[in-house]
Design a protein around this ligand. Structure first.
Ligand code: ZN
Length: 295
């Protein structure tokens, strides 16, 4: 594995295809040092994880209780915002190809069609759809064209401005908990976003609290149970420990969702499924709100 002079690992990314919030590998990942990082606990069990592998200045650890895998130490909140505000984060990605002839953009279209088909089947329009982590707004614009009333939330100022100005989408730039609460969405989706958020349990609870009681959730995340993740270790091209700070398996995702009041009803991992085509290391999940009951 390539090591930069600072000791940081250059994670190879042969496909250069990552959808949603993620983008191509972040230029200058090697710029991070231990002073940019902080240790964290498992978001479910509030205990430190046991080491799985070291990718300096980061570590990948597994919770000894629930087996959720996460990055600790990881980038501090300040360093994370700095990264997402850097225009280089979205450069040279599918989002920079509005003409849409690149293989990456064709894949993006296929994923969008497959994911939208999953939503149309479970909760057809009209209805309100909220996407969290809209990136440049490609999926959200397609959902709007399919008949949903759409809103988006995006942390990156550059991406949010693009989606607003070029596609005419209603995007709140910031964190989900700061976004205005309107009518409960019938659908909340977040593609390749959950692995980026500081606290995924808090994030999913916020999703549940906003979602209509008969609403549908849909998401994708890198899968730590996938063959590339299991076989390649620190050389797994989607590891990206500066950005992907929670690493889910279908089991830990279901557990986390349940703790947040959501039930995962289907998980697709096959690279032959349209919603996930060509991706050997990610999963696409659909779910519903669990009824809120007094205990
Ligand atoms: Zn745990």
């Amino acid at each position: 594995m390539a090591q930069s002079p600072s000791g940081a690992v250059d994670v190879p990314e042969p496909l250069h295809v990552v959808s949603g919030f993620g983008a191509a590998d972040v230029a200058g990942a090697a710029r991070w040092t231990a002073s940019d990082t902080e240790p964290v606990l498992c978001c479910l069990c509030h205990v430190p994880g046991s080491p799985v592998m070291a990718v300096p200045p980061f570590g990948v650890v597994r919770c000894p209780i629930c087996e959720l895998v996460f990055v600790s130490p990881r980038l501090s909140a300040v360093a994370l915002q700095r990264m997402y505000d850097d225009p280089a984060y979205f450069e040279n990605t599918v989002y920079g190809d509005p003409v849409g002839r690149s293989p990456a953009m064709i894949l993006q279209r296929t994923w969008t069609a497959g994911r939208l088909a999953g939503l149309l089947e479970r909760r057809p329009p009209p209805g309100r759809l909220l996407e969290i982590g809209t990136g440049y707004g490609y999926f959200l614009a397609t959902a709007r064209d399919a008949g949903y009333r759409v809103d988006g939330v995006e942390l990156s100022r550059a991406a949010a401005a693009h989606a607003r100005d070029r596609l005419g989408l209603n995007i709140f730039q910031g964190q989900l908990d700061e976004a205005p609460v309107g009518d409960p969405p019938d659908v909340i989706c977040f593609w390749d976003t959950l692995e980026h958020v500081p606290d995924p349990l808090e994030f999913l609870r916020a999703v549940r609290s906003r979602l209509a009681d008969d609403g549908v959730v849909a998401l994708s995340v890198p899968s730590f149970a996938s063959p590339p993740a299991r076989l390649l270790g620190a050389r797994w091209w989607t590891l990206k420990p500066e950005q992907h700070i929670w690493l889910f398996t279908p089991t830990t995702l279901r557990l986390l969702a349940a703790r947040a009041g959501l039930v995962i009803t289907s998980v697709a991992t096959s690279p032959l499924r349209r919603s996930n085509v060509g991706r050997t290391d990610s999963l696409v999940a659909f779910g519903r709100a669990l009824p809120l009951v007094d205990r």
